[in-house]
Design a protein around this ligand. Structure first.
Ligand code: PEP
Ligand code: MN
Length: 350
């Protein structure tokens, strides 16, 4: 029996169509119509004022036809789910401006502060200490995602007000976590940068809501997320309209019980290959143990991270959340001295 071979399919590729900056609005429809006629699903987004058509899985003959349209400036082919966040789309590394502090680029940025805001004295003391030792941004949460509903859940809006006071006193912009789409406006009203925690990395409604506002987003890796899933989460924020995203590797869950999570140091150079977004490391939530934090912080710098986010508490023994992993201000100062020596050797500013 002779079996008939199926026809050879044209190779499909993920395609990003960037229109000329002054292309009329109808230009996108021309691209969409061509793709529709070829049965290719596509999405029109506006990236920093410019129309972009995203077409995952476009056959190569369609890619060529689209590239020939007059309003098309360029067609970018990508592989994998990262499209707008891919380094193919934007080969130059992106620097995110957080209220005047650059994240990414030639400077190794350090974000530090307590896991949660617990009191006025605690956050002010922490803010002054981390500033003194060289942190450029303050962390501290008003809303905590706790595994148990019976533990401290955060002080809510009053904590945001305290963080704003700490910013006024120290000049440090701050980042705080948002847990719920209903609180995005509230947190954005105070914070300089909004964090999505590991548990919410796959909360697509929250990601898209953050895409519809303009404060920069600090996106932590889900504790069981693959790198593609993490970059897809960033794609949700970007595609919804907010390109100001910084990634944070914070450790993933493995079979090893000795540490809270396992810092995936390989993710740092890999993510820097695949995306143009800055990538930071959180050694505190990775290790869960303050004695391991300085070593992981040095590893992060050596691996090419754009910076760190570190837990620092004026009195870790009394912390309401994550005290085991918090550095004291003086331990933080020692760690910063080590990092400064490394940065000098690597030609990095810190
Ligand atoms: C945090 O940074 O305080 C936090 C809750 O981190 P993660 O979401 O990575 O557990
Ligand atoms: Mn924490």
């Amino acid at each position: 029996m002779v079996t008939e071979k199926p026809p050879v399919a044209t190779v499909a590729t993920n395609m990003i169509v960037v229109l000329d900056p002054d292309a009329p609005d109808e230009a996108a429809s021309e691209v969409v119509d061509l793709l529709d006629a070829a049965g290719v699903d596509c999405h029109v987004v506006v990236d920093q004022g410019r129309q972009v058509v995203i077409a995952p899985g476009a056959p190569s003959d369609v890619v060529a036809a689209v590239a020939g349209l007059s309003a098309v400036e360029r067609v970018v082919k990508t592989s994998g789910p990262a499209m707008l966040v891919s380094s193919a789309y934007s080969p130059k590394r992106t620097v995110i401006d957080v209220s005047g502090v650059p994240v990414g680029g030639e400077t190794f940025v350090v974000i530090a502060g307590p896991c949660a805001v617990e009191s006025r004295d605690q956050i002010l003391e922490a803010a002054h200490a981390v500033k003194r030792h060289g942190a450029r941004l303050l962390r501290g949460d008003a809303f905590k995602p706790r595994t148990s509903p019976y533990t401290f859940q955060g002080l809510g809006e009053s904590a945001l007000k305290l963080l704003a006071d700490a910013r006024d006193e120290t000049g440090l912009p701050f980042v705080a976590e948002v847990l719920d789409t209903r609180d995005v406006e509230l947190v954005a009203g105070y914070a300089d940068m909004i964090r999505v925690g590991t548990r919410n990395m796959s909360n697509y409604a929250l990601l898209r809501e953050l895409g519809r506002q303009s404060k920069p987003v600090l996106l932590k890796r889900g504790r069981t997320a693959t790198i593609d899933e993490w970059l897809s989460a960033a794609e949700h924020v970007y595609g919804a309209g907010n390109p100001n995203i910084v990634l944070v590797e914070r450790g993933i869950r493995t079979f090893e019980p000795s540490t809270r999570n396992m810092l995936d140091i390989t993710a740092v150079p890999l993510v820097r290959q695949r995306t143009h977004l800055p990538v930071l490391v959180d050694p505190s939530h990775a290790a869960g143990d303050s004695s391991l934090v300085p070593s992981l912080a040095r590893a992060a710098m050596a691996a090419g991270a754009d910076g760190l986010m570190v837990d620092v508490h004026p009195d870790p023994a009394s912390a309401l959340v994550d005290g085991d992993q918090a550095l004291t201000p003086s331990e933080f100062g020692d760690m910063m001295n080590q990092l400064r020596a490394m940065a000098a050797a690597l030609g990095l500013a810190i």
